[in-house]
Design a protein around this ligand. Structure first.
Ligand code: RTP
Length: 155
């Protein structure tokens, strides 16, 4: 049921090790909540190089590949799944460009980092890669289906 286009669309977002170490988790979660997206999965994980190799398989021939794996395995990551209308595309806009130097102020990278090799956040680049990444990083039982009907405590 996850990964559908439309209001049920889901994307995989990760606060990378530098983002966790710099205490940016709350700020990033806050931005997604306030934009109107729904949190359906969240965990703090330290992942193996094998998982990262699979996650970044398309980049395996790039010169920065091994440095990327070292960076991504250097500390815990906050892995999340966010749901909502056009969330894949909108999340990429909220993040800014891959290279923080090209990211506008107001975006996450434009506000919080300067270096491509320490760019704080990952977000899926298409609905198809979101589906792959969600199933790589999360089990079905780790994703929550919930709606406004259970919002009795929201005033
Ligand atoms: P991400 O997957 O992390 O959201 O990044 P992206 O799609 O915007 O960029 P991609 O080209 O897929 O690169 C993945 C991550 O690799 C690191 N990178 N380093 N020249 C470099 O040293 C270099 N280029 C890319 C970045 O951490 C980038 O986010």
């Amino acid at each position: 049921e996850y990964g559908w286009t439309g209001v049920n669309e889901c994307t995989f977002i990760a606060v990378k090790p530098d983002g966790v170490q710099r205490k940016l988790v709350g700020e990033i979660v806050r931005r997604f909540e306030r934009r109107g997206f729904k949190l359906v999965g969240l965990k703090l994980v330290r992942v193996s190089e094998d998982l990262l190799r699979e996650h970044y398989w398309d980049l395996r021939s790039k010169p920065f590949f091994s440095g990327l794996l070292t960076y991504m395995s250097s500390g815990p990551i906050v892995a999340m799944v966010w749901q909502g209308l056009d969330v894949v595309k909108t999340a990429r806009k909220m993040m800014g460009e891959t290279n923080p130097a090209d990211s506008l102020p107001g975006t996450i990278r434009g506000d919080f980092c300067v270096e491509v090799g320490r760019n704080v956040i990952h977000g899926s680049d298409s609905v198809e890669s979101a589906q792959k990444e969600i199933s790589l990083w999360f089990g079905h039982d780790e994703l929550q289906c919930w709606g406004p009907s259970s919002s009795r405590w929201v005033y």
